[in-house]
Design a protein around this ligand. Structure first.
Ligand code: NAP
Length: 250
């Protein structure tokens, strides 16, 4: 019989837990027994996630692109849930337009939200994992870490960078029994893709390119996250697991 609560007594931090994939991952980790810190900026939505997670979850409002917020977050988690074992760097944004139309501020916003945030959170929580003698870091990379599309210069750059960070951290942290892996989703039905899904032409074009012919559902991702955070995945590090309806197989 598989263990129904493989993450019992683990403390997990999930960024971008207020909706979408982050919410699904937070709930899946909580069901697997973890105490979950739900991180994001929209406190009302974080509260909904925390309620779905159950009594062991806490709200941890923070903008993970800001150094001071992340320092406060790490102290808040250690104080209320104990030192973190698991960090899921899921917070992210997308801005789709031709590169010549990007302002420097917009470029930095995407890079700071998707890549610098993961660096800041890793730097803040790694000491807690070393203290625990065990750790798991999951980075929500993307099929856009591997391939790209027009209009994705900033997003693809940030996600390819995140894959590089994943590999570098895996090597650096292996001696501490901390594994670091990416999860690369393909197109999932979340708010990030609402504009595409609500545009009949863009929606049809995406579905035509997707071998499985439908958008991923946020609930498709939780079990994979739980597995990668479990002891069973102890020998998996420095890699990237693609969950994309077949997009990258073409
Ligand atoms: N959906 C897809 O098709 C897809 C495909 C590949 C990769 N991904 C990646 O998967 C992750 C989740 O995507 P999603 O589709 O669930 O997106 P989403 O529905 O737009 O949710 C994004 C989450 O990130 C949080 N966030 C953004 N900037 C933040 C910041 N500076 N500080 C704290 N939280 C921040 C948002 O929370 P607040 O607004 O409350 O701060 C929200 O909870 C992202 O990294 C995305 O790039 C998604």
């Amino acid at each position: 019989m598989p263990d129904p609560q493989p993450l019992l007594n683990r403390t997990a931090v999930v960024t971008g837990a207020s909706r979408g994939l982050g919410r699904s991952i937070a709930v899946a980790l909580a069901r697997a027994g973890a105490r979950v810190a739900c991180v994001g900026r929209d406190v009302e939505k974080l509260d909904e996630t925390a309620r779905l997670c159950g009594p062991a979850a806490i709200l941890a409002p923070a903008d993970v692109s800001l150094e001071a917020d992340v320092a406060r977050l790490a102290a808040h988690v250690a104080e209320h849930l104990g030192p973190a074992h698991i960090l899921v760097n899921n917070a992210g944004v997308n801005l789709r337009k031709p590169v010549t139309e990007f302002t420097l501020e917009e470029w930095r916003w995407v890079l700071d939200s998707n890549l610098t945030s993961a660096f800041l959170c890793a730097r803040a929580f790694i000491p807690q994992m070393i203290q625990n003698g065990w750790g798991r870091i999951l980075n929500l990379t993307s099929i856009m870490s591997h391939v790209s599309l027009p209009g994705r210069a900033a997003y693809s750059s940030s996600k390819a960078g995140l894959l590089g960070l994943t590999r570098a951290l895996a090597l650096e942290l292996a001696p501490h029994h901390i594994t670091v892996n990416g999860i690369s989703p393909g197109p999932f039905a979340t708010e990030m893709n609402a504009a595409l899904m609500n545009d009949p032409q863009a929606n049809a074009a995406f579905l035509a390119r997707l071998p499985l012919g439908e958008w991923g559902r946020p609930d498709d991702i939780g079990a994979l996250a739980v597995y990668l955070c479990s002891d069973q995945a102890r020998f998996i590090t420095g890699t990237d697991i693609v969950i994309d309806g077949g997009w990258l197989a073409q």
